[in-house]
Design a protein around this ligand. Sequence first.
Ligand SMILES: [Zn+2]
Length: 362
Amino acid sequence: MKPIIDAHLDLAINVLGLNRDITRPLDEVNRGEAGITDHKCRGGVTVTLPEMRRGGIAVCSATVLGRHRPGVFPSEGFARYDIDYATPEMAHAAGLGQVAYYDVLERQGLLRYLNTAQDLEGHLAAWRAAPETTPLGIILSMEGSDPIISPDWVDFWWQQGLRFASLVHYGRGRYAAGTETEGGITEDGRALLRAFEERGLALDLTHLADDAFFQALDLFAGAVLASHNNCRALVPGQRQFTDRQIGLIVERGGVIGVACDAWMLYPGWIKGSTKPDVVSMDALADHVDHICQVAGTSLHAAIGSDLDGLYGTEQTPHDLQRISDLQKLETILSRRGYSEEDVERVLFGNWLRFFASSLPSR
Ligand SMILES: [Zn+2]
């Protein structure tokens, strides 16, 4: 089995927000969630650590996710899986709780942080030699930088293992305008980008509003990637990249991970209404292929599955029921004429190259 590098999984928020033990086998977790109705994703789980091993997920970027939303008030109610906090300090603490969970898994030998290029390369070599026993390798990332209280805190998060971050998630953040809004990078965002560049963090362009996207490329000279982002030419909507945006990322040597959220794969998908039978994993291959066509090479398309990203199988392609199904991409791409070398780039090679050059050297 070929290894897979998945650049976006919200592992810890699912554990802490949904009380979900991802160290257990997938079917067991789904049985345990049957009948729970507090969140639409219950019982449609696709990601657990044993399932990642079954699927050859050798490395993933595991996220810290928490948003600062001063407009959220306790009177409106607050569920444990909510990700909005009234102050940056609260988002910081919640994010650090997620890191604490990853730390425990590391102490128990279930995962290992890949903090340097050597960590990554050594880990992949170990995984290839012993895929059944090598723990999952994680590169710590942040989805939206709200848990970073101010640029002064970048170094603190670097010490926790943080190696790349996006500035914002959905909505208008403290650092930039995000998905479903319009606008640019804020003054605080500009300062944060300088701190990222100084410290050596890579910038994840995912979730930036269009103006913010172009400003970020001008303001930030470090390594850029898009951990989980699809193509607007195939699925209209500001959450996806235009061909021009894809071209600019390619020019900067960046890599784009295609995401498995059906809403980003099927034009006109209505959350909570459209059913998964309308979309298959071929759509995922369509986005991989579009990035390759725009780039003129297979060197920039990869996987950022975002599976269990606050949704479950109610919002994935119908033939993607477990993260191990990602291995089907090999067959789908081969059938489309991708060479073995091209397939390997998409499954792991492009992220390996990108992170081997953007992670610090020991
Ligand atoms: Zn996302």
